[in-house]
Design a protein around this ligand. Sequence first.
Ligand code: BV8
Ligand code: ZN
Length: 240
Amino acid sequence: MSSIPRSIVVLTGAGVSAESGIPTFRAADGLWEEHRIEDVASPEGFARNPALVHDFYNERRRRLRQSDVRPNKGHLALAEFERKFRGEFLLVTQNIDDLHERAGSRKLLHMHGEMLKIRCELCGAVVENREADISPASICPCCHCAGGLRPHVVWFGEMPFHMDEILTALAACDLFVSIGTSGNVYPAADFHRTAKAAGAETVELNLEQTGGNFDRGRYGPASEIVPAFFANFPESIFTR
Ligand code: BV8
Ligand code: ZN
């Protein structure tokens, strides 16, 4: 760490959850292998075949609930750093799993939504749904109508959540750390450029280099490089 950071923004992607057993998107055995993105992660795909899209998320929700899927040392290191750091800290995740919450992260924004929540397009209600499989016939617990429920996630072509808060934090941060993301999806893939333009130092922690023009990078599995990176700060930046 070249200077003492006062304000840190961290962006995570599927790579931070890979060692917890959640498949990434673009690996050989990735989530997009069996499906075309436009069929399962777009409003048009949902309109064409809602049952297929519900099944895609039902399967991922069931996987997330399995006992062997839990936060790894990368998630835990981020939560511990947030707890101890005396400056401003914001964790923005592209992931729709709940592993950061389960690790103890609190200053956390899910810019692409959460797979354990569903939204009713008829009444606008957003409700937690940790267990049930959802289908086009599922009844909304608020308006008690069927046919309006969808996963509370951001599909391609839809506006990511919390963009104002994220852009404000990027403009004010002096350290931006990207973890476990291939940098294929926008606007998240531009965040390190936005932070750099505001004067921040940018760091990539990933399994492999992604070609983004970061100031520094450390490469390897998140469960190893994330704890190592965040353990490397001077004690003075932590509250007593
Ligand atoms: C939008 C939720 C308008 C659903 C997801 C330019 C500007 C703006 C938009 C666009 C643009 N160009 C194109 C667009 C449109 C589009 C887009 O980006 N398309 C791409 C395909 C080109 N973007 C949108 O539509 C977005 N909305 O633009 O609205 C707007 C414009 C400006 C400002 C505001 C609004 C909405 C996109 C959201 C889509 N929803 N997810 C779901 O999850 O089912 S995207 C989904 O894919 C994830 O959320 C994530 O974002 C993305 C996957 O990416 P990664 O997380 O990076 O995963 P990936 O597998 O690719 O990579 C994993 C990485 O981890 C790898 O690098 C690997 O090496 C590494 N790794 C693996 N194992 C480990 C590891 N690292 C460490 N340790 C390990 N063990
Ligand atoms: Zn409803």
